[in-house]
Design a protein around this ligand. Sequence first.
Ligand code: 5GP
Ligand code: ZN
Length: 116
Amino acid sequence: MSVEDCIFCKIADGRIPSERVYEDDTCVAFNDLVPQAPTHILIIPREHIDSLDKASATHKGALGHLLLTAGSIARDRGFAENGYRVVINTNADGGQTVFHLHVHLLAGRPFIFPPG
Ligand code: 5GP
Ligand code: ZN
């Protein structure tokens, strides 16, 4: 699938609508279409990266920014004390279905470990 067909690239540039909760020059955060928790937000880099497996040292800043943004959104929404989960599904066994790297921020209920 080409970058032109990538649904998260389309969400990042507004060609596909989403419920945005945060954005800046590096990333866009929006509500997941099929939430798995009371709060389920996806945080994506504006730059297309297929997966964590395809990330390299040139993406170090963007990757760090995604994690810091997840922590910041969680803190702003009052989840820091109770806790929350951050997930990056990677490739087939990791359960990745959209091949534009994304961080899931899940909060608002307890989570078990290991997940399924
Ligand atoms: P993955 O399984 O790749 O880690 O996660 C992909 C996530 O993207 C899933 O949780 C799925 O519900 C979400 N998703 C897929 N398509 C769309 C969409 O068009 N809009 C939004 N907001 N979320 C989507
Ligand atoms: Zn993309």
